[in-house]
Design a protein around this ligand. Structure first.
Ligand SMILES: *[C@@H]1O[C@H](CO)[C@@H](O)[C@H](O)[C@H]1NC(C)=O
Ligand SMILES: *[C@@H]1O[C@H](CO)[C@@H](O)[C@H](O)[C@H]1NC(C)=O
Ligand SMILES: *[C@@H]1O[C@H](CO)[C@@H](O)[C@H](O)[C@H]1NC(C)=O
Ligand SMILES: *[C@@H]1O[C@H](CO)[C@@H](O)[C@H](O)[C@H]1NC(C)=O
Ligand SMILES: *[C@@H]1O[C@H](CO)[C@@H](O)[C@H](O)[C@H]1NC(C)=O
Length: 897
């Protein structure tokens, strides 16, 4: 299916299925709780391989193996695994002649770790998802470290081996058995019972292996997975190891193929026509005649389960050849569909298609496909969903979960989204790689629009060991697995094939973009394709290959007075020229405002401008490695928030954009390479809101009655000095008082996004702001000078958690003065402890240059706050305590059930 060019520009409708809540997410037998009175026992079984793993990481190459010789390393005598790995891609390679032959022999090298007889008793017991690097320790010797601040200063490199037993019961004999790996960082290779089965180099994609013929009945099948994660493989913290879920799926020989359904829809009037394609696979030695029946249910948003049946696809019978596949295409109509759309103006309504495959009157397989119905319009004048014109109030998100690393945790991923939603975020760009599949289940359910992105590099490298090394062999299979896995998600509204790739200038970039788009649109033609632009201009050929145009930083230009310290010539704004050259293409900012701050750090003096680059002594302090929370300072190639808001409000055709970034993340600690995590989030690495959070909330969630004042007002030694006061609020008028004296009443002018009183003289006491909207009281806020710290205070985000070893709660500690006010610059070292059936997984304080390893129970408060992340391993009462030298111990009780 080819994308018809007119289609993206006109109203085009797409309804996406998404994900297979039970079949694909829950471990136990698929359909068990499906619909009242309509329960089917499915022979499909999906088992999460979470426990029972043994793990060892080597900094060396004890096995003398390598995926392929790396051009930049002087390695010799290594055995090359590539011929055994490449065939895993065959299923995703279109042309037969491009597919890879499976070597007839096993690798001619003795690998002890794949053998049943190998003694792994002294290896570490780990649970998957597992990120071997996150526990640290951090490297602290700067450029001399094998992993520098750019990639998080954590030991993510090396060779890791995972071993685990698999059991095959007598009733499993005759079934088809697949190993499904949602993500392994990186160059994973898999052995079953001593035989190499395949693997997948790109660490961000999901893949699967048919291991049926390699298993034997009984409990002692040995699964061994080798991970080889080179240093210099990326531009941020990649994580390391089996950092996403691993599954074993058991099905009858006739079954719905992996990622074997595809749903699209088109809305016309009061109904939606739904097209459903299902790909059936027959692993049996004889052809098989099956009947396929698929019903559509509304999903109950309170529990994610199917509620009311709304339509059925006509059932069809089909003969599937021996060891072959067959696709069935059917359609149905849903009357008065409940559409999927982002809150608050719309609701993320979902549907579930349940497919039953019958063979000889018996259920051979069941499969669930979740989807949403919505219409998307991408035009030169903006973006609409379900007829409503919306701007992207988006953020870019990296894949790490702060102190938890890259190891996927559902509760932590949900927490990231929950806080972003509070700021009014309606869209997420998965920067710059496919996320864990479960994260897309969350964006579907919560109603975030998503840009799903696959590559940060193509053929031109950004780091010596990055994806460019394997682009030629792997781009086709990687694009295909990416789209097939994700195309049913309602939340995904566009695909991105590249981020700031090096090929934007010449015709190479145009050619590669055209090729990738062709591969992608053959798998899904219901969404437009972008690649973010940071060096191309409107006159380059590159943007012609793209359906929609996402610009990183270059739209606004740099010609603002605060940026005059940068070398001339400064960049010209480019939005107008792109809009003129491509009047029919949607134009938005895929990254804006790479601005920088440390939570609640305030550095004086404050720039008089509405944005300026961070320099030592201007917004930043290279000694403390802090950056001021005035939220006016940005990188040398990007302007500040206030300027971005102005430009967006002046250009009505711009469809908004995506802030760099939603949360702080590990690595990329610009501008201080001495630090280890990024300064660019509206929320810090620990999950504490930075000042910027309220700036965005005032613009993106303006119904919240709020007035956020900065800085804090406890500045011993600043008496008599100019101490600017800024207020973030959606009100249109504000008056500031210092100890009751008015500092002036300000009315919001056009293109102003904060109230600022830049001539306030500091005196201890009380800062009070009263704001008004349309002449009526809106919100007020008081900030007072605190006295000395008096006691510790603990608060838990969740007081009840599941005792499943995965659910989490976050416990914040702060210091209060005698009047119960938080002491803003408290910096005591807190020792956390825990009694009961739980554990402290990690601690953090959100400071970008704190090099104490995350699992440490001791954490220095940063600007008054620190955090402990706690999980429960069995039911009971968990007491979490915090103490410091100066203050009494504080305690808090968590119930684990
Ligand atoms: C590889 O060998 C060359 C020539 O001996 C040497 O110049 C280079 O530094 C070596 N590179 C590494 C990564 O060891
Ligand atoms: C396949 O099975 C269906 C249902 O039992 C039957 O109606 C149909 O005739 C069969 N087709 C063939 C080719 O056997
Ligand atoms: C930003 O630009 C200024 C002015 O040219 C320069 O002094 C500074 O080093 C640059 N910062 C970084 C992190 O490159
Ligand atoms: C702040 O004070 C300076 C010097 O008194 C004055 O020039 C300036 O206009 C004042 N700025 C504001 C915003 O009141
Ligand atoms: C601030 O707001 C609170 C509640 O919204 C109100 O009780 C109080 O009187 C207000 N204070 C001032 C000075 O407006």
């Amino acid at each position: 299916m080819r994308l018809r060019p007119g289609r993206l520009v006109g109203t085009f409708l797409a309804l996406l299925p998404w994900w297979l809540l039970v079949t694909e997410f829950n471990l136990c037998s698929a359909i068990a709780s499906q619909t009242d009175g309509n329960q089917v026992d499915s022979p499909r079984e999906r088992i999460r391989l979470r426990t029972g793993w043994k793990f060892w990481r080597f900094e060396s190459r004890p096995d003398n193996l390598v995926y392929e010789p790396r051009p930049y390393a002087n390695e010799s005598g290594l055995f090359v695994l590539k011929p055994w790995i490449l065939p895993t891609a065959n299923e995703f390679i279109e042309k037969t002649e491009n597919r890879h032959e499976v070597p007839s022999e096993d690798p001619a090298i003795d690998i002890p770790y794949v053998k049943d007889s190998f003694d792994d008793s002294d290896w570490e017991d780990v649970k998957v998802p597992h990120d071997w690097a996150i526990k640290g320790p951090f490297y602290t010797n700067g450029d001399e470290s094998p992993i520098t601040g750019q990639m998080g200063s954590l030991p993510l490199h090396g060779v890791g081996w995972y071993r685990r037993r698999l059991s095959l019961s007598p009733s499993d004999v005759g079934k088809s058995i697949y190993l499904e790996i949602d993500g392994a960082m990186s160059y994973s290779a898999v052995w079953v019972n001593g035989k190499i089965i395949g693997g997948w180099p790109y660490g961000y994609n999901s893949y699967h292996l048919d291991i049926t013929s390699h298993l034997k009945e009984g409990d002692d099948n040995m699964l061994a997975i080798r991970i080889d994660n080179p240093p210099d493989s990326g531009r941020w913290y990649t994580g390391a190891g089996l950092y996403r879920n691993v599954w074993l799926t058991k099905v009858k020989p006739v079954h719905v193929a992996r990622w074997g359904t595809y749903i699209t829809s088109e809305i016309a009037g009061d109904s939606a026509s739904i097209e459903f394609a299902v790909n059936l696979e027959n692993k049996a030695e004889e052809q098989t005649n099956v009947t396929v029946q698929t019903d559509i249910f509304e999903v109950d948003s309170t529990n994610g389960r199917p509620a009311r049946p709304v339509a059925s696809f006509p059932s069809s019978s089909v003969i599937i050849p021996a060891d072959g596949q067959k696709s069935i295409l059917t359609s149905a109509t849903i009357q008065n569909p409940r559409l999927w759309g982002p809150p608050p103006s719309q609701s993320p309504n979902l549907y579930l298609a349940t497919t039953t495959v019958l063979h000889g009157g018996k259920v051979a397989d069941t499969y669930e496909t979740q989807f949403g119905i919505r219409s998307l319009t991408f035009g030169g004048d903006g973006f609409s969903i379900n007829g409503e014109r919306l701007r992207f109030q988006g953020v870019n998100q990296h894949h790490d979960l702060g102190a938890l690393g890259a190891a996927y945790n559902h509760k932590a991923a949900e927490r990231q989204l929950r806080l972003l939603r509070e700021a009014g975020v309606n869209a997420i760009r998965m920067a710059h790689n496919p996320p864990a599949p479960e994260l897309l289940e969350l964006t579907d359910r919560l109603g975030f629009m998503v840009i799903d992105e696959i590559f940060d590099v193509w053929k031109y490298d950004k780091n010596i060991a990055d994806f460019s090394l394997i682009f030629t062999d792997w781009h086709e299979p990687d694009v295909k697995t990416f789209v097939r896995r994700d195309r049913n998600h309602a939340s995904i509204i566009m695909w991105s094939i590249g981020n700031e790739v090096g090929e934007q200038g010449g015709s190479t970039g145009f050619d590669i973009a055209t090729e990738l788009s062709k591969i992608l649109h053959e798998e899904d033609n219901t969404r437009p394709i972008m690649a973010s632009l940071n060096s191309a201009t409107a006159s380059h050929k590159f943007p012609q290959a793209l359906d929609v145009l996402g610009l990183n930083y270059i739209g606004e230009g740099m010609e603002y007075p605060g940026y005059s310290v940068l070398p001339e010539p400064r960049r010209q704004p480019l939005y107008e020229s792109f809009h003129e050259a491509f009047p029919d293409k949607l134009l938005f900012s895929s990254e804006f405002a790479w601005s920088l701050s440390s939570r609640s750090s305030f550095i004086f003096p404050v720039t008089e401008y509405d944005g300026a680059p961070v320099l030592d002594h201007s917004g930043g302090d290279v000694n403390t490695l802090e950056i001021s929370g005035h939220e006016l300072y940005s990188s040398n190639w990007s302007v500040s928030h206030d300027i971005v808001f102005t430009v967006q409000d002046q250009l009505p055709y711009l469809a908004g954009g995506f802030l760099w970034s939603g949360w702080d993340y590990l690595g990329e600690p610009y501008p201080w390479p001495q630090a280890r995590s990024a300064y660019s989030g509206m929320i810090d690495l620990a999950g504490f809101k930075k000042e910027r959070f309220w700036l965005y909330q005032s613009q993106w969630n303006p119904t919240v009655r709020m007035a956020h004042v900065l800085p804090h007002w406890s500045w011993p030694g600043r008496e008599g000095e100019i101490t600017p006061v800024h207020v973030f609020t959606s009100a249109d008028e504000a008056e500031l008082f210092v100890n009751g004296k008015s500092q002036g009443n300000l009315k919001r002018k056009e293109f102003e996004y904060r109230f600022r009183w830049d001539n306030v003289t500091y005196e201890p006491g009380e800062l009070h702001v009263i704001t008004y909207k349309n002449g009526e009281f809106w919100a007020n806020e008081t900030v007072t000078t605190t006295s000395d710290g008096f006691k510790l205070d603990l608060t838990a985000e969740f007081e009840n958690i599941d005792a499943d070893g995965e659910d989490l709660t976050w416990i914040a500690v702060r210091v209060l003065d005698e009047q119960g006010r938080m002491v803003p610059e408290a910096d005591e070292i807190v020792t956390f402890s825990l009694s009961g059936p739980g554990e402290i997984v990690a601690t953090d304080n959100g400071f970008q240059a704190d090099f104490v390893a995350f699992p440490s129970n001791e954490r220095k408060l940063f600007n008054g706050l620190a955090l402990a992340i706690v999980r429960a391993n069995s039911p009971g009462k968990i007491v979490v305590a915090a103490e410091t030298e100066g203050f009494q111990r504080a305690e808090l009780v968590i119930e684990a059930v």
